[in-house]
Design a protein around this ligand. Structure first.
Ligand code: DOR
Ligand code: ZN
Length: 405
């Protein structure tokens, strides 16, 4: 049993916490730490199999512990992509081995990739995965489902199998057209023009229409524009089971970041405007946003230092999501209860997860600068490097094991 005395609860009262464990540990944190339920990050790219030079589950699990993340859902854009039962099982085996080596019993789930040639695998994977992920626009990896008929078929099958569909909602046709228009441009800021907001809006409209047709549960990942928020808010009013995820980078960064970050501000969907950031914040306040997912998408320094057009899209985020949200709490932009809903309870409900006794103990007064040298992620950088944040995880408890940050 782990018994922690004098821990602050979210309502400010001080009490004790008892967690089942094979170890016997007594701690007194003297009212200095606040207990949050361990965070669920339903959107990570931990790069096994195929891209373990960017990240693996040993480094990622350490990064998760440092960030107070106790459950992750891993995306299927691997090499090979995770689109069949056989690949799901092989991937799980590799992950379990890596986690065992590092001794961190990180809770995890896998997304199955939607691939037109493997729709017959969806039903077979029903009990093995958390849901099925469709890339409507191309991004890192070779997964792409841009044929409207195939997308329709996916939604039909997913509804039949009662599986959640997660979508990367950017319209491939618009992306292609814009790529041609901006061919040869070298300023990374052009990324936000190529991946035009119209692409995200059109794809989101398409997804909502399909959800209505087949009665799906659908998660629109990394919502980045005001218009998508408006569409989702309206869909929710009509009681469609449409859920929205936002990422910390779309909340806390905007297009101005290209000036100092260059391609380290390049991700899909891209950074947007200050007005979009405001719309995302409002959507958090009124409950339109259901979860915050890091979209942890590590690439090496060397890869990101390539010129625009060659550098891959994506930023790491496992270690900074919770500190960024704690800073937002200190800035009066979000309450602690909202943080818990967005990082844990909403996901538990929507994905129907079994309850667990994972916790993260946060020192809400601790101020620290995000320091690349201290990060556990294999990629070793953060788009938030250099920022002073107030409120950091100190201890993460997963499946009865304590990890000190
Ligand atoms: O920026 C991104 N990076 N967006 C994605 O959709 C994929 C991700 C990655 O895997 O690198
Ligand atoms: Zn992603």
């Amino acid at each position: 049993m782990i018994h922690i005395k004098n821990v602050c609860q979210l309502d400010g009262t001080v009490g004790s916490l008892t967690i089942p464990s094979s170890e016997h540990i007594e701690l007194d944190v003297e009212g200095k730490l606040t207990a949050f339920p361990g965070c669920i990050d339903a959107h990570v790219h931990l790069r096994t199999p195929g891209h373990t030079h960017k990240e693996d589950w040993r480094t990622a699990a350490q990064a998760a512990m440092a960030g107070g993340i106790t459950t992750v859902f891993d995306m299927p854009n691997n090499d090979p992509s995770c689109v069949t039962k056989e690949r799901v099982l092989a991937k799980k085996q590799e992950i379990d081995q890596q986690l065992q080596e590092i001794g961190i019993p990180l809770d995890y789930q896998l997304w199955l990739g939607a691939h037109q040639n493997h729709f017959n695998e969806i039903g077979k994977c029903k009990d093995l995965v958390i849901g099925v992920k469709a890339y409507m626009g191309s991004s890192t990896g070779d997964l792409l489902l841009d044929d409207p008929n195939a997308l329709d078929e996916l939604f039909r099958i997913a509804a039949l199998e009662n599986m959640i569909v997660a979508v990367h909602a950017e319209d491939e046709e618009i992306l292609e057209e814009k790529k041609r228009q901006f061919l040869g441009y070298s300023d990374p800021a052009v990324h936000s023009q190529i991946r035009d907001r119209k692409a995200a809006i059109k794809a989101t409209q398409q997804v909502i229409a399909l959800t209505e047709k087949y009665n799906n549960q659908v998660f629109i990942m990394h919502v980045s524009t005001k218009e998508e928020i408006d569409l989702i808010r309206e869909a929710k009013k009509r009681e469609l089971l449409v859920y929205a995820e936002v990422t910390p980078h779309h909340l806390f960064l905007n297009e101005s970041a290209y000036v100092h970050l260059g391609t380290k501000a390049q991700m899909n969907p891209p950074l947007r405007t200050v007005d979009d950031q405001k719309a995302l914040c409002e959507a958090i306040q009124d409950g339109t946003v259901d979860t915050i997912g890091s979209d942890h998408a590590p690439h090496t320094h060397a890869e990101k230092n390539l010129p625009y057009g060659k550098a891959p899209s994506g930023v790491p985020g496992l270690e900074t999501t919770l500190p960024l949200l704690c800073q937002a709490y200190h800035d009066d932009k979000i309450s602690l209860e909202q943080i818990v809903r967005l990082t844990r309870t909403n996901a538990e409900i929507i994905y129907d997860l079994p309850s667990n006794k994972d916790y993260v103990l946060v020192d809400l007064e601790l101020q620290k600068v995000v320091d690349n040298a201290q990060l556990k992620t294999k990629c070793g950088w953060s788009p938030f490097a250099g920022q002073m944040l107030k409120g950091w995880p100190v201890m993460t408890i997963v499946q009865g094991k304590i990890f000190y940050v």
